[in-house]
Design a protein around this ligand. Structure first.
Ligand SMILES: Nc1nc2c(c(=O)[nH]1)N[C@@H](CN(C=O)c1ccc(C(=O)N[C@@H](CCC(=O)O)C(=O)O)cc1)CN2
Length: 297
């Protein structure tokens, strides 16, 4: 039995961060200032706190300015919107990111909609999602763009390939489908209500699993030789040793016997999210400084 390859997202992300660092040095030389990223964290969700800390550290390591704004769970929507308005007008800030999820009493769409689209380094604003959907230059959501980078690195030209995206979220599923379409793939978006999901997935040369259910995509669903991108991060308790661990949306051990290549969880797509965020911040800084697109990114 042949075994597929594990795609090393951690190594790819490290290389991308290095390239961003070089781009930042050029930006500083050209403008005399550092690109700046503002990250807003509401509440104390442990996973969100870890991600925000990593974003801050990696922003600084890439030579950029990091601004962190921590607000309590109890913050009102109006106060949060006021903070975003302030950041929209702060010239030191090229990118604004509000860590998700937000507490239930805050309207996520209203908060994202308040971010200046030119500083929307998450690419979640409807102006950016609309531009992406219509094939215009946009700030693109980090996780899907990271997935495309990994796919192109593994497969080269994606044109004409059959791609199935399992999951229809605004953050991953929909932008992922738009990006695959822009690469001239034949794209299907499947989801929890899709009938006979196994046979839909079995058609795909590229499977992107972003449904948020631990190991839902089974090995035997995968067409032999397909490439699988697993976006899921699900915390589970091991039945044997009782320890907590994270698994993806794909049953990786089974899938390895079928795939050409697959991203592991952890160490696959996850690390790409922050690396692409740094890339998007540099892209936004370039555009705001009238420098066009940074080279090689
Ligand atoms: N405003 C945003 N909020 C959220 C986003 C986002 O892109 N923008 N994505 C996720 C969280 N996230 C970054 O914010 C993120 C998730 C996972 C990883 C990562 O490196 N994961 C590791 C495993 C980490 C672990 O053990 O928990 C991996 O997969 O190897 C980085 C960033 C939701 N919110």
């Amino acid at each position: 039995m042949t075994i597929g390859k594990l795609i090393d997202g951690k190594a790819f992300a490290a290389t991308l961060r290095d390239k961003v660092g070089e781009g930042v040095a050029g930006f500083v030389e050209a403008t005399g200032r550092k690109p700046g990223l503002a990250v807003v964290l509401v509440g104390e969700d442990p996973a969100s706190s870890v991600y925000v800390r990593s974003k801050g550290k990696m922003t600084v390591a890439a030579g950029m300015e990091s601004f962190e704004f921590k607000r309590p769970d109890s913050i009102g929507e109006e106060d949060l919107l006021d903070l975003i308005e302030e950041l929209n007008h702060d010239d030191r800030v090229d990118g604004i990111l509000v860590q998700l999820p937000l507490p239930g009493h805050i309207d996520e769409a209203a908060v994202i909609g308040a971010i200046d689209p030119a500083k929307d380094v998450d690419g979640f604003h409807v102006v950016n999602s609309g531009k992406l959907a219509t094939g215009q230059e946009a700030l693109v959501p980090c996780t899907p763009l990271g997935c495309i980078m990994l796919l192109k690195d593994e497969l080269g030209d994606l044109s004409g390939l059959e791609a199935v995206v399992v999951g229809r979220s605004n953050i991953v599923g929909k932008p992922m489908a738009a990006l695959l379409l822009a690469e001239s793939c034949t794209v299907t978006i499947a989801h929890s209500r899709t009938r006979d999901l196994a046979s839909v997935v079995h058609r795909a040369d590229i499977v992107v699993a972003a449904v948020g259910r631990a190991e839902m995509v089974k090995g035997e669903w995968i067409k032999p030789g397909a490439t699988v991108i697993d976006v899921g991060i699900n915390r589970v308790t091991d039945t044997e040793d009782g320890k907590a661990r994270i698994v993806g949306d794909v049953a990786t051990a089974e899938a390895l016997a079928h795939v050409r290549a697959i991203t592991p969880v952890p160490g696959g797509v996850g690390p790409m999210t922050i690396a692409v965020l740094l890339r998007n911040t540099l892209v936004a800084a370039h555009a705001r400084a009238g420098l066009g697109k940074p080279e090689g990114l």
